[in-house]
Each structure stands twice: as C-alpha cells, then as structure tokens.
Design a protein around this ligand. Structure first.
Ligand code: FAD
Length: 474
C-alpha cells in the first residue's frame, strides 16, 4: 500500500492521500505495487489487460461510499469488480479507479429461516461451501469462481434453476450504495422499484454491498455427473437429450456440451483431445430417485465416458472448473430459443463442427420450470417463456487468432438466428451495444429502467456494465 501521490504511467494521477481523507480504509494498490497490483487487476477474460490508475480494495460499505465520493470529486471514471467474470471486460478499466469488492467475504447462513446474507466479494464456490454445511443451496454459478454479485444482478442461471428459479428470483433483499452516497435496502417492501430493477438491470443503479437469498434443501450428496460420446454420435445424442428434457421433471438439471474431450484418466485414450459431445446432468432428490429418473440419460447409447453417480453438490458445482482456467481469450454469445426443432439441432451441430479453436465450447440447455413460473413483469428480466437457451464460447490463447475465433462466434449467432428470441442473456455477451440492450429488455421495461437510472444515477457514474443510459445522456 502506498500513501503518496502516485504518477501512473497509464494516465491521470490518483491522489491516494485524498482517497484516504475521503475515508477509504481498505488497501490501495497502484502500479508501484508491482506484483500485488498485477494480481489484483487480472480478470477472467485474458482479452482485457487493463491498467487502472489505482485499485481501491473495499472491506466495508463505508469504503464503497468513500471511494465513490472520491471518484466523483476528482472526476475519475470507475469500474466495479466482484468476481471478475464479466466476459465483456466491464469490471476493469484503464486509468480510472477500480473499486475491488473481493475483500468483502462475509457469509451468514440462517439454517432455520433458510436465508443467506453474503457480501459482494463472495464467489459461488465460497457460498456453496458455507450453505452446504447445512444441506442448503440456492441457484448459483456453474463455475465456483464466478462472483455472486455480477451473476445475480444480471440474472443468475445455474443448475438449480428449473426447480428453484434464477439467482435473481431467490434474491430477498440487497444493500445498495448509490452514487450520491446513500445506503439503501431494496426489497419487495423497501424501494421496491429499485429491487425490481436490480434483478436483471446489473450494476446500473449503485454498488450492492450485501445480498440476502432464499435457501433450499439440496444434497449434500445428489445423483449427477457427466456422460460423453464421440462427436459423430451428436445427431442421435442431441435428439434423445432434447426429447427427454422436453417432459423431464423440474428436479432434473441438464445441459448438452460440445467440447473436445479432456486428457483425463476417465476418458478412453482414443477419445482424448477429440471432438466430443457430453451430457451433464443432476437430480435434486434422493440419490436412489436420481439414479432411477436419470437412467434414460445416463444409460443412453452405452457412453464411452461415464462419470455419473452419487456426487457431493459442491463437487458437481465445480465439475466444469478444470476445463475453464482464467486468462485465456474469451468471446461469447448466448441466446434464448423458442423451440429446438430438428433443423435447429442440425444447425447447432454444424456450428459446433466449424469451431475454429479446440478450446471453444457450445452448450444447449432447457429453460422453463421455475424460471417460467415468475411473471414476466415481476423483475427487469425478459424472456421467461424460452424453452431452450444456447451458449457459444470462443476460447483461445493467441491474440493473433482473435479475428478467426470471434468470426466463428458471430457466424454461429447468425446461423442460429431463425430460432432465437430476445431475453435475459446479457450476462453472457461479449460486446453489447445500446440497441441490443434495449431489445433484450423490451421497450416498456427499458423505459422503466431509464426512470430508475434517472433517479439513482442520473450522471451515469455506473456505466461499465450493460448500460442503461440516463435521460440526460441521450
Ligand atoms: C467462466 C464463467 C462462467 C460463467 N458461468 C455462468 C453461469 O453458470 N450462469 C450465469 O448466469 N452466468 C455465468 N457467467 C456469466 C456471469 O454471470 C457474468 O459474467 C457476471 O457478470 C459475473 O459476475 P462477477 O461478479 O463474477 O463479475 P464482475 O466482472 O466482477 O462484474 C460483472 C458486472 O457486474 C458489475 N458488478 C459486480 N459487482 C457489483 C456490485 N456488487 N454492485 C454493482 N455492480 C456490480 C460490474 O461492474 C460488471 O459490470 C459466467 C462467466 C464466466 C466468465
């Protein structure tokens, strides 16, 4: 930590003493802090190697209030970092002040009331570990390192969603620091309009320092895991998966993943490193019920890779971690689908076959269930009637190859366009323009979000997000 005025070779100076005087008590890192600064500014997507003038590592809501006041007084642009998983690079910035919430790690589980209070720096791995000590969970990320904060504010799609809804649907209240320094609680009864907007409107209205969630009984051991086939079996595997999931009970979570088989001991040598298609599935009842109900997926076509069976919920939540290390280059698209016809399945298989990087992945998963139970107007999120959604992840390491891999993602998006419908996929999008944001929310919700923005952030201080532009900016 440095307590002097630091000239940043990246841009304007950040007056560290003035940040302290504003009441910021947490650690402050500048480029002078070499290794610690570099570690703190690194985000998941290796395409964003940005150099903030300073990183203010908040430990309390008071730190957030102080950092926001300081940034506004000194006209520093800001970025807010929680889990650092924004694939669009929103949570980092060149030259401005990065407010890093990761030191805010508080977690309180109320096992009787089945509620959790978590601070903004908590990841889903940390959340699940704490809640599972009581056999409880809420819908969380499909990777342990994703932040609770950005995930929930943008929707929060996870394996539990068909039974328990999105993370945003399980949010009971949020503590929010607004740009003018107010600390508010938003819930169905306090600032309900703000609460409506926080569930899908991202970080547009302030910094959420604490989230309160509803919890559900899950596990601790469930039946789940993965089966995998060589890619040439994709047509039959996809159709079987689609037909099974169409009528599957909401206690079943599942997704179809097009990937290259990892060089893991459980993969036969002839499949390692080869194009494959996998089904990842779980059941939220007893292990015996899960084995029985999942049998049609588990046993279909004698899969050459079968790692499905009793598994602790926390291990299931971490199952895709090893295949997704941080630091690689990522360019993503995701869309909701109104139906998964045979033509759509074939188009999806063709897109996966034309992937330009072996690290790239395509995922198809069913919507519906508890997500569709929530009325369309209850939150800012749109598209709850979608029956399927897909993700197309371009992933590679060499910057010289950017164009070809980005081109593949964009071409796949176009190829699948006939079956897509608009709605809540913004959390998974790499570059999102104003038109796409308006279209995703729909005109009526967008206007409602603009009214909230005008009330809570008329100067657009919080703009490194899926930005709702205030009226004054139009
Ligand atoms: C590897 C990987 C796996 C993923 N898996 C899933 C998944 O299973 N399901 C899913 O729905 N999404 C998933 N996502 C997408 C993810 O939900 C979004 O990228 C989300 O925004 C990440 O939240 P974060 O806190 O980690 O990110 P950050 O990059 O820290 O923040 C993301 C955005 O939220 C804002 N923000 C963060 N914290 C706050 C706060 N406390 N108050 C106000 N604004 C804030 C940031 O400014 C930024 O605009 C995944 C992303 C990655 C990279």
């Amino acid at each position: 930590m440095t307590d002097t005025i630091i000239p940043s070779d990246a841009g304007p100076l950040v007056n560290v003493l003035a940040l302290r005087s504003a009441g910021f008590a947490g650690q402050i890192l500048t480029p002078e802090d070499a290794n610690a600064y570099d570690a703190a500014r690194a985000v998941f997507n290796g395409m964003f190697d940005r150099r903030p003038a300073a990183i203010a590592r908040a430990t309390t809501a008071a730190d957030v209030v102080a950092a926001l006041a300081f940034a506004q007084a000194h006209r520093h642009p800001i970025a807010i970092l929680a889990g650092g998983h924004s694939v669009a690079g929103y949570s980092t910035i060149d030259e401005g002040l990065l407010i890093d919430l990761r030191p805010m790690k508080g977690i309180e589980i109320d096992p009787v009331g089945r509620r959790a209070r978590v601070q903004a720096g908590v990841t889903w791995g940390e959340f699940d570990a704490a809640a599972q000590q009581h056999g409880l969970a809420t819908t969380g990320g499909r990777m342990t390192t994703t932040g609770v904060a950005g995930f929930t504010l943008g929707s929060g799609s996870g394996w539990l969603e068909r039974l328990h809804g999105l993370a945003a649907d399980n949010l009971l209240s949020a503590r929010v620091v607004t740009g003018d320094g107010r600390v508010l609680t938003a819930s169905e009864t306090e600032h309900p309009e703000l609460f409506w907007g926080l569930r899908g409107g991202g970080g547009n209205f302030g910094v959420v320092t604490e989230f309160e969630f509803r919890l559900h009984a899950v596990g601790p051991t469930v039946f789940g895991g993965m089966v995998m086939y060589p890619r040439d079996r994709a047509p039959e595997v996809c159709r079987h998966f689609r037909d099974f999931m169409r009528d599957a009970p909401r206690e079943i979570a599942a997704g179809l993943i097009f990937m290259h088989a990892p060089p893991a001991p459980f993969v036969p040598p002839e499949l390692r490193g080869r194009p494959a298609v996998a089904i990842l599935g779980a059941h939220w009842g007893s292990v015996d019920d899960g084995a029985r109900v999942l049998a049609p997926l588990h046993e279909f076509g004698a899969p050459p890779v079968d790692v499905m069976g009793p598994i602790p919920y926390v291990e299931l939540q971490a199952i895709t971690d090893p295949g997704n290390p941080p630091g690689r280059r990522n360019y993503w698209r995701s869309e909701l689908l109104s139906d998964l016809t045979d033509d759509a399945v074939d188009a999806f298989i063709a897109c996966a076959a034309s992937a330009t990087s072996p690290a790239s992945v395509m995922i198809m998963a069913p919507g519906g269930g508890a997500v569709a139970d929530v009325p369309e107007d209850a939150t800012a999120l749109s598209g709850r009637s979608a029956t399927w959604f897909y993700h197309c992840y371009g992933i590679w390491t060499d910057p010289a190859e950017d164009e070809q891999h980005i081109g593949w993602v964009r071409a796949s998006e176009q190829a699948l366009r006939p079956w897509t419908m608009t709605g809540m996929a913004l959390n998974f999008m790499s570059d999102i323009d104003d038109t796409r944001i308006r279209h995703t929310f729909g005109a009526a919700k967008y206007e409602r979000l603009v009214a909230l923005k005008d009330e809570y952030d008329p100067g657009n201080l919080f703009r490194r997000n899926q930005n709702i532009r205030p009226s004054a900016a139009k």
